[in-house]
Design a protein around this ligand. Structure first.
Ligand code: DGY
Length: 331
């Protein structure tokens, strides 16, 4: 029987799968485990299930010990894991792609609708009991039909977002290190552009690339910086449901204040859970607390996939969704 540590609460379905075969300990509190407690608890674990709030680095791996075989992240994004450090110790890192694709695309699409149609502003007006009246010119938004959606990162979530946009009568352009499957691109009428061309032509720029740290090949850290924002149309919006640090938040606040772009819909932030105070003051911004994959069904599927990854590796089988070199770049 192996020892498995789950560093924060996950749905029971995933925990039960693990318990059927192994000895399992899970941090079962509402608040996130402290670093100190986490390092103490993972000592001697053969497998660890982590959330995006845990930094899996040399310190973490040292604390776990040499017997550790697998770090199963319960998230598709794995920027919290130092994969090179895992590789160096022959520890397999896994993530949870596919099961959260549609849910996350729904979130991105919801943000796009909220910000372009000013639904967030409308909700705030009613809740704050500000007087209002229907009017021909009251709180007019921007329609999406016939507009261009620029997808940055055409992996599974980017394509799912593009499908939604197509159904809404939008044109789709994308930029990615990889070409979209030609059949899918043809179905969506999606045209591949260079990033700068996409920024200059899109009415909505939606981010779906992984966060790759500064200094690494294909880095996406601050991909949307002051220069990128300056290339966008003053009528354009940016939507981020990927990772906060892909946008330079300080530059975004400046661009929004200066009217350089029309608005932003954000589910993720540079220093979560802190939100840049400048964003809170702006009406043309919609802010969500990292809800991308937050449905009962999806979180259950994520927990089950992470558990099955750990179980497979502990049985000496291949991982179902290991973090591979291609996916490190593509997401
Ligand atoms: C992920 O999976 O990477 C999301 O950000 C959390 O579900």
């Amino acid at each position: 029987m192996a020892r498995i540590v789950i560093t924060n609460r996950i749905p029971t379905e995933g925990v039960e799968l693990l318990k059927a075969e192994h000895d399992v300990w899970m941090w079962d509190e509402e608040e996130t485990i402290s670093r100190e407690e986490c390092l103490r608890r993972i000592a001697g674990a053969d497998a660890v299930l982590t959330l995006l709030t845990e930094k899996v680095d040399d310190e973490f791996l040292d604390a776990a010990g040499e017997q550790l075989k697998v770090v199963a992240n319960v998230a598709v994004g794995f920027n919290n894991i130092d994969v090179a450090a895992c590789d160096a110790r022959s520890i397999v890192a896994t993530n949870t792609p596919k099961v959260l694709t549609e849910t996350t695309a729904d979130t991105a699409f919801g943000l796009m609708l909220m910000v372009t149609r000013r639904f967030g502003e409308g909700e705030r007006i009613i809740r704050s009991q500000t007087p209002w009246q229907w009017g021909m010119f009251y709180l007019l938004g921007t329609g999406l039909q016939g507009k261009t959606l620029g997808i940055v990162g055409a992996g599974q979530i980017g394509v799912a977002m593009a499908r939604r946009a197509k159904a809404f009568g939008m044109n789709v352009v994308y930029c990615d290190a990889y070409e979209m499957d030609p059949q899918v691109a043809a179905e969506l009428g999606a045209q591949r552009l260079e990033t700068d061309e996409l920024l200059a032509s899109a009415d909505v720029v939606s981010l779906h690339c992984p966060l790759i740290p500064a200094g690494q090949e294909g880095s996406t850290y601050h991909l949307i910086d002051a220069d990128a924002l300056a290339r966008m149309k003053p009528t354009a919006f940016v939507v981020n449901s990927a990772r906060g640090p892909i946008i330079d938040e300080e530059a975004l606040v400046e661009a929004l204040r200066a009217g350089q772009i029309a608005g932003a819909g954000l589910d993720v932030f540079e220093n979560e859970p802190t939100v840049h105070p400048g964003l809170l003051e702006l009406d043309n911004v919609v802010l969500l607390p990292h809800l991308g994959s937050a449905t009962v069904e999806t979180r259950t599927a994520m927990a089950e996939l992470a558990a099955n990854n750990a179980l497979a590796l502990l049985r000496g089988e291949e991982a179902i969704t290991p973090v591979t070199q291609a996916r490190r770049i593509r997401g």
